[in-house]
Design a protein around this ligand. Sequence first.
Ligand code: CO
Ligand code: CO
Length: 323
Amino acid sequence: MENKNLLDAIKCAIVHKKVGSYIRENIKINMTLKNIAILIEDKIKEEIGFDINNPISQGIAFPVGLSLNNCAAHYTPNYNEEDILLKDDDIIKIDYGVHKNGIIIDSAFTLSLNSKYDEFINISKNLTNYAVSLCSVDAVLGDIGKDIEEYVKSKEITIDNKTYQLKTMTELSGHLIAPYQIHAGKAVPNVSIFYPMRMKEFEYYAIEPFLTNGDGYSILKSPNSHYMLSKNHDIVNNLNENECKVYDIIKKNYYTLPFCQRWLYELEESIKYDNILKNLEKKKIINVYPPIYDINNSIISQFEHTIFIKEKGIINLTKNDYY
Ligand code: CO
Ligand code: CO
């Protein structure tokens, strides 16, 4: 069982790395975020062999995160939004996932086309690799958070002649990954908290400290783009015809994986999804995950790896030439 899972994970990790090189070769200043998202999504589908007639057997594991500057996570372009261009002094976190049979690889990197962020981005990269080095069977998750916090507190950085203390985003953590479940219960904190849970053999984790020069506290903003069926989505009642239709589309195409508003419009443009998504949220059929920001003018960097816990040691599945 675990071996078959691991083969799927390795396959997805190879695709993830290939897509990463492809992004770094093709991303250019003044591209729209929408075009960057579609470039990544098309490449994932091609490499993993996505089949529209069997949409949840393999494919994109969650919406492509393209979070700029003080946005940490959960931003992806919406269908009807105005184009946002990638500028040369932006710092962008590119977070995307690949799955096969629900086995998910979740990994992210940060880029800037401006070298003034190089040192900041490097600290973030080293921080994630340090965090990965703390992981093993029986590692206490709260202890990992404490070590991450200590590492970050020892760093400061100067950008444009201004010096900043660094932090991690307090409320964002790494996470256990299970089949078709991106956040599977256990967290890997990025700050020191009391959390005595341990890593166990055969588990998959995403390790992802978010480095910031801001406050480190999450600010939720609109518009929303990320959604997922709720735990109790099966207890469907009092849905009207349109809500039922959209619920069926979601269940068939994404099952319990996260999805975004834009993908729904790409599937079937004639449905007015925006209100229906709001209603499904009110009726607790889906959950919404708003974009998460730090304070204005701060910058955030993120590197994320998916690891597999072995009897002895770990496999860093997403380790590659860049991070
Ligand atoms: Co991620
Ligand atoms: Co993650």
